[in-house]
Design a protein around this ligand. Sequence first.
Ligand code: PLP
Length: 359
Amino acid sequence: MARPTRFHIHLDHLVNNFKTARRLHGGRLLAVIKANAYGHGDEACAHALQDVADGFAVASTEEALRLRQAGITGPIVLLEGVFSADEMHEVVAHHLTPVVHTFWQVEALQRTSFPVPAPVWVKVDTGMHRLGFQPDELHAVHARLRANAQVGEITVMTHFANADDPVESVLDEPLRRFREATQGLDVSTSLCNSGAILGHPAAHGDWARPGLMLYGIDPGVPGIAPREALQPVMRLVSEMTVIRTIAPGEAVGYGSLFRAARPTRVGVIPCGYADGYPRSAIQGTPVAVSGTLVPLIGRVSMDMITVDLTDAPHIQPGAPVELWGGQVAVSTVAQHAGTVAYELLCHARRASIQYHTAA
Ligand SMILES: Cc1ncc(COP(=O)(O)O)c(C=O)c1O
């Protein structure tokens, strides 16, 4: 038997989640599939979404070229723009849509010749202070771009630092800055990631950029969305391989982190941090075995974890295991590991991915 640890990717759930995002936001939607579609496989996800999405968003031309080579023909927005002026050749050759967020990128764009007027996105910084023009620079940037006949539709975007904060007023100041910056400009707008789509309808614009929610993860902001509508796309599954009973006082795994206080049935699952399961997951992190939640014990190893089966005597070797997916939310595992679902998803081991198009 082959090692049973697999990431099952339910592409039908991805498409349903996209439709939920569309229903909640309206307008045009870019599916954010950077970082290998948050670990789900960018090519497969792009193919599954290409009939419903208005375009895709990635972090680099390398990611965009992978999609073009895979036959994806729709708009692809480079969220961080080009990293050097010579990348503009790729932008032209592969019909990519750059975000511009610095003056040298505007200059590089002005020096490039496009066969047909090209759409351009401009990023404005409304408080994240990572990338983007200052709000009072936007009119000048817009004027330069508008004066260039090679520039087609201009979309002004911003990215919120706190869209997943449940406090409704958290976006008041960034929204005020965005509206002031774009006032009087003939542009399209794009403001919302998943948290803003779900929790902050006042921030909706012409384009949305959902990422996390497409993969079925609720960013946790209470708001307008029917939560049950989001379906987890990724399931990390395995199988119980070995079960042994240890005596009180005996320890389990590296560093002897777990020490048995009673005769303890220890289950071994062949899934560890090399598979993407976080080494920082603390003891007590829930693992679903044959539908029963049992606690992680000991330290997560490179390719194994151990669980306490003492209170689940019905579980036998060969029992199906879900590390995350429908029974244990990836966000729950992330919480127990001191991180966020985004990071766990991105670490999915490519080689173990299996795709499913229907439930
Ligand atoms: C600029 C930008 N827009 C949209 C998104 C999607 O965000 P989320 O996954 O929270 O929906 C990201 C992700 O980091 C981003 O960087």
